[in-house]
Design a protein around this ligand. Structure first.
Ligand code: ZN
Length: 60
């Protein structure tokens, strides 16, 4: 069975980081919890990683 992890829809204004929950509302602030599949924000930020590797390569 597919897990149904949701994320607080107001985490960007209410929390420092995404708050995940299995319920329909955020356990911290009570805001609506939305399906986390279509992420509104990418915490991995591949561009930051790419920039870091470029910087490292330039030092050599
Ligand atoms: Zn919240």
């Amino acid at each position: 069975m597919k897990s149904d992890i949701r994320v607080c829809s107001a985490w960007q204004s209410e929390h420092d980081r995404p708050v995940y929950t299995l319920s329909a509302t955020c356990p911290d602030c009570g805001a609506e919890a939305v399906n986390s599949a279509p992420a509104p924000f990418d915490p991995t930020n591949p561009h930051g990683e790419y920039r870091r590797s470029l910087k490292r390569r330039r030092r050599q």
